[in-house]
Design a protein around this ligand. Structure first.
Ligand code: F6R
Length: 612
């Protein structure tokens, strides 16, 4: 995820900027840069690709300094992670660093090019720099006015910090749906996308609100609301130590990432979904020619681990919405058999990292056999995204907890979008059908946020169930893969054995395991297989199994059987995996936390498996 740091005051600020960027490293990035207004009245920009060490070396070789500046770590979303795409960007008189995504940047860029402006990068951010510069050229007498005029044209999420390249005397910031805090310590003003960046310098922070802009000069912060009226925002004192600041006060990164999911799902939907048109637009996919989709006969997902479960859910969705047959294969199996693939097959490698050795090999094999490929991936410029014909990014941001949470839920979102995209293109879904699904999807972040407030019940379960040796998870339909994912999460972080099973298969074997010592987690929200799964509840109860039941709010029938009920809101069947998985994550997290395991870095596991 991108990070921003800024300073205006009376000390030479390179140290504040560079050390601030180091404190944001944990968020993940692939290039970085700083811009400092020097005493000669101009702004020097230094940017490098890769790790911050390269920026430090470049800075040491040719140092420069001044009392006003900004810095940025970039996690690529538009354009490769190379120096020309690194921030800060300069257009004319304007220097900008930006976090977030400008949804309408392509349209704005076309208009700016028509007016004779030239672009040096592939980023959405450079468009912002040009818009502000254009506003200055066409009547704005202050940088603040130019920023306000420019940002009125922009759709999307942003936290920006701006200064004039020829008169670096003040910083102007603007925020919409992307975090930004301001700190003041005497005459010194600090800006950061995240508190830890500047925590050594100040503990008093102002959290800007959506639509706010601010003008920052030595010793002075002036904040304006969305209407341009001066406002006062509350100052909050932060008492976190630096490590909990990185975790934003959460005990573990995993818990923080679970709570981030509503925002990351919004990011993944942003700019792609048109609810009004009932359609999805993934933008151009260079290697997929127009009309190729009409010849598509079959889709094959290849994936490992958690991503495999996400792909299994995508199968339910895509087949349902578009009637295209979908197979889901474990990449490690696929690559060593003789799969039937041809040029009318679409292979979708589903991978958070884009580097998993087995998935990469499976994708390459499918390509050799003539398939087109669209990678679903969270890391820009990872090997899979470079080699595939098309890419759909999940915008989960870097995931630090080894056990995946937000990267998984954003994969589910892409699966749903893919289903609508294909369904519309193949004439299976009409506008109204697409709209209904996308409306339900659009509501997920809000519904999920409400669910995340509930904590006490998970602590209660952790207390009562953390000493058992084994769990069974049962789900049916598109919740069978969620049962498997729930079991995987529990195994990974609590080291308790757990098995995810298709509920309908229980009586074909696992029922032999059930007695009073085995907790059985049953996923049974109201859907087309509700009655079928209900009979599993009865079967478990008849054998004294301990039941943890995930059900639709207000379903009193399950209470008769359940030891514990965890509720999800009443949502359409295709949305249920997105909400039930949050319950799975919290359940695993609280049991592991109660046991005191290393939740973020469980034993024997690596975040990216680049060997077979
Ligand atoms: C578990 C987890 C793993 C990965 C798997 C594949 O929480 O994250 O099971 O999903 O190692 O990795 P990617 O998705 O990067 O291909």
């Amino acid at each position: 995820m991108c990070g921003i740091v800024g300073y205006v005051g009376n000390r030479a600020c390179s140290e504040v900027l560079l050390s601030g960027l180091s404190r944001l490293e944990y968020r993940g990035y692939d290039s970085a840069g700083i811009a400092i207004g020097t005493s000669s009245g101009d702004v020097v920009i230094r940017r490098t690709e890769g790790k911050l060490a390269s920026l430090f070396t470049a800075f040491r070789e040719e140092p420069f300094d001044g009392t006003i500046g900004l810095g940025h770590t970039r996690w690529a979303t538009h354009g490769r992670p190379v120096e020309r795409n690194a921030h800060p960007h300069r257009a004319g008189r304007v220097v900008v660093a930006h976090n977030g995504i400008i949804e309408n940047y392509a349209v704005l860029k076309r208009e700016l090019i028509k007016e004779g402006r030239t672009f040096e990068s592939e980023t959405d951010t450079e468009v912002v720099a040009h818009l502000i510069d254009h506003a200055l050229e066409s009547g704005s007498t202050t940088l603040h006015d130019a920023v306000r005029r420019a940002m009125k044209l922009v759709e999307g999420s942003y936290a920006i910090v701006v200064m004039l390249g020829d008169k670096p005397e003040e910083l102007v910031v603007a925020r919409n749906a992307s975090p930004m805090v301001l700190g003041q310590e005497g005459d010194e003003i600090f800006i950061a996308s995240d508190v830890p960046a500047v925590l050594p310098y100040t503990r008093d922070f102002i959290y800007l609100e959506d639509g706010d802009t601010a003008v920052l000069k030595v010793g002075d912060i002036a904040i304006f609301d969305a209407a341009g009226e001066p406002v006062t925002r509350q100052v909050k004192r932060i008492n976190w130590d630096p490590i909990s600041a990185e975790k934003q006060g959460y005990k573990h990164f995993m818990l923080k990432e679970i709570h981030e999911q509503p925002e990351r799902i919004t990011d993944t939907l942003r700019g792609r979904v048109s609810v009004d048109r009932g359609d999805v637009d993934f933008g151009p996919m260079e290697g997929i020619e127009d009309g190729w989709l009409d010849t598509l006969e079959r889709i094959v997902f290849v994936a490992c681990g958690t991503s495999y479960y996400a792909a299994q859910i995508a199968k339910y969705i895509i087949e349902d919405f578009s009637r295209v047959p979908v197979d889901v294969e474990l990449a490690s199996e696929f690559r060593y058999r003789n799969p039937i693939i041809n040029e009318r097959t679409l292979c979708v490698p589903m991978s958070q990292s884009g580097e998993t050795a087995d998935t990469l090999a499976a994708m390459r094999l499918a390509m050799e056999l003539g398939a087109k490929t669209i990678a679903v991936c969270n890391v820009v410029e990872s090997t899979m995204t470079r080699e595939a014909d098309g890419v759909i990014y999940t915008h989960a941001g870097p995931e630090i907890g080894v056990a995946s949470t937000k990267a998984f839920s954003t994969q589910l979102v892409v699966g749903l979008m893919l289903g609508v995209w294909l369904g519309r293109r193949r004439g299976v879904l009409d506008e109204e059908g697409g709209r209904e699904i996308l409306e339900a999807l659009r509501d997920v972040p809000q519904t999920m946020s409400k669910m995340l407030h509930e904590k006490a019940i998970y602590k209660h379960i952790a207390y009562n169930f953390s000493d058992v040796n084994s769990f069974l998870y049962l789900g049916r339909g598109n919740l069978y893969p969620i049962a498997a994912e729930g079991a995987l999460k529990l195994k990974e972080i609590s080291y308790i054995h757990a098995e995810g099973y298709a509920a309908g298969e229980m009586k074909h074997g696992p029922i032999a395991l059930i007695d009073e010592s085995l907790p059985v987690v049953v996923l049974i929200p109201k859907n087309r297989v509700y009655e079928k799964v209900f009979s599993n509840l009865e079967e478990v109860k008849a054998r004294q199994g301990r039941l943890i039941v995930v059900a639709t709010e207000g379903d009193d029938d399950v209470r008769e059987f359940a030891d514990v009920v965890l509720e999800i809101p009443d949502v359409p069947e295709y949305i249920q995996p997105l909400l039930t998985v949050v319950v799975m994550q919290l359940l695993a997290y609280h049991i592991a936390d109660f046991k005191g395991t290393d939740v973020d870095q469980p034993r024997n596991l690596a975040k990216s498996v680049t060997v077979e």
